[in-house]
Design a protein around this ligand. Sequence first.
Ligand code: NAD
Length: 498
Amino acid sequence: MIEKPDLATWQTMAAGLQLEGRAFVDGAYVPALSGETFDSINPATGKTLGAIAAGNAADVEAAVRSARRAFESGVWSKMSPSDRGRRLVRFADLVEKHARELALLETLDMGKPISDSLSVDLPLSITCLRWFGEAADKVYDEIAPTPGSAVAMMRRAPLGVVAAVVPWNFPLMMACWKIAPILAAGNTVVLKPAEQSSYSAIRIAALAIEAGIPEGVLNVVPGKGETVGRALGLHPDVDCVAFTGSTEVGKLFMQYSGQSNLKRVGLECGGKSPNIIFADAPDLKAAAVAAAWGIFYNQGEVCNAGSRLLVEQSVRDEVVEIVVETGKAMRVGDPLDPATQIGALGDTKQASRVMEYIAIGRREGARLVSGGTRPSNLSDCFIEPTVFDTVLPEMKIAKEEIFGPVLSVMSFNDEDEAVRIANDTIYGLAAGLWTRDVNRTFRVSDKLQAGVVWVNCFDHGHISSPFGGFKQSGFGRDKSLHALDKYTDIKTTWINLG
Ligand code: NAD
């Protein structure tokens, strides 16, 4: 159980933080080889938090070499799975020990409410590291049913050097979803955090060393996507890229792979998830409240946010009213205040992008029923929970990922229409479905083109169940033992018995 400080304690802790902004290569913090840095800005205040090493292709080269050396030496790849697992569990314990500091880094970097950083991001990151540590020596290989004159062993072999390129919305959690299974499988890593949120990734690199993970096994190179991310994608000695971010950049990683060494690519990309409420939902109020949290939580900066609410026409007014009231009751404010429920968006660029979509929604003729503005007493990165009603499927706000606290409400008259609207998207990450009819549950969830379908809940999950998308939301799965599939190859050894 992580202890929960009050606002004054958080402010004192923030004032006393020693921020480390250097890269981590071969077991040590190092400045970028060019000596260049860029500023990390707290979106809630607009103030500079500190300088981050601006990595480039030369830093990527050094980090990949370090990761390759560590991999080939066998210090990690040939370590017994039980030993590897124990060190990952120790790593999880150290992240837990530093949970308050890491939660603070997430909130200062990203503007997300400290209560969420502490009670969601940190526990889920710790659980992920611990779970894959515990799983490391519980995955068995296979023997094929060959004729008796031969034995064919099918073993999972680690790939080698894996680059993890992650976004800013859940900086530490997204990093852990990658590095935990990558390391558990015996690979080495070069982690590239998003430029908006580098601190937690940089900080945990030292904790990995303290946990006994050998030097060179986990390297961190901060910097811009177009330089560090691109250099990793094109590097001939990177065996795999594990990417989470936008579909647009995910497509670039496919190109980088084709232009270089055909490295494996795993993509967790964007979404425009439908949340479908049928009139026979077991508890309409609970469904509407969950729909509000499903879009406004984390300022709407959630890949699987329920950004399209599809409501059966007969209960539409009732549902919209509860969603609006729930949004209005959410406390928007200082992310360091434990009472805050909605903090700042990740940066001014993202906030402007969201405001532009709100303007587009108005121009397209959707009915703005709540929000749509920035609170006057806060920085430009805060936006009120916003609900558009009478949205049509062909409108831009119904089609494009906004990645902000903006909900598009549409209505339907029957099941077929609901499924048609829900699937009318390039994305396929997640979907929600509320009904008390068990037959409909199977029928509709079967037809929904999404990697995850929640029934009578939204955004629930557990480390043991896979997460990832269909269609242009990507391929490959994070979490669960299926995540190991991305970071291992099957090696068949055929032994002729004569
Ligand atoms: P982004 O695609 O802009 O950036 C993601 C990462 O890619 C960052 O580290 C960035 O520096 C890097 N990058 C950017 N441009 C690059 C380039 N030209 N070459 C190589 N690397 C580059 O995404 P974002 O804005 O950080 O995050 C938001 C997106 O992430 C949303 O689309 C969201 O849906 C998605 N996301 C998906 C999941 C999931 O599990 N499916 C989870 C969280 C976020």
